[in-house]
Design a protein around this ligand. Structure first.
Ligand code: ZN
Length: 172
């Protein structure tokens, strides 16, 4: 397993739509292991493959609390089947936007269809922190960031700050 460098805002790769995964093979499982290693090292509770420079539809999450056993979950080609009307608000952060946090409102419960690391199709119903985390990560697969869910003014401030820090001209 290898800890990979994280892709940081405003890297244009974060805006790319990830491509579906064709098969679960040894190469893919190595990528999964690298993602888990990178997520735990950061530390974070979720990571999409594009965040380590591989725009494929794959994400890993672990929402176990501190002191609890690790509980890694792998979602390949995840699709949100249903979203609840009920909403919940969590303060979100992102490994690609370090040290910035903001409250985001999302559906409280979602049903997600995906392929597991066993190569089989699964459907899970997620609520609480897991629901928010999965929606955040699935957004990454579509080139969407959590700052897209906050006010335009706040978003522009964050992008400006990170663009300045990266020493690059602002992308248009
Ligand atoms: Zn993120």
């Amino acid at each position: 397993m290898t800890i990979k460098p994280l892709i940081i805002l405003p890297d244009p790769l974060l805006r790319q739509v990830s491509t579906p995964i064709e098969r679960v093979d040894a190469e893919l499982l190595t990528l999964v292991d690298d993602m888990l290693e990178t997520m735990y090292d950061a530390p974070g509770i979720g990571l999409a493959a594009v965040q380590i420079g591989t725009p494929r539809r794959l994400l890993v999450v672990d929402v176990a609390r501190e002191g609890e056993d690790k509980s890694p979950q792998v979602f390949i080609n995840p699709v949100i089947l249903t979203s609840s009307e009920e909403r919940s608000v969590y303060e979100e952060g992102c490994l690609s936007i370090p040290e910035y946090y903001a409250e985001v409102e999302r559906p409280a419960t979602v049903t997600i269809q995906h392929i597991g690391r066993d190569g089989k199709e699964h459907i899970v119903e997620a609520d609480g922190l897991l629901a928010t985390c999965l929606q955040h990560e699935i957004d990454h697969l579509n080139g969407v960031l959590f700052i897209d869910h906050i006010s335009r003014l706040k978003r522009e401030m964050v992008i400006k700050k990170f663009t300045k820090a990266a020493g690059k001209p602002k992308a248009v």
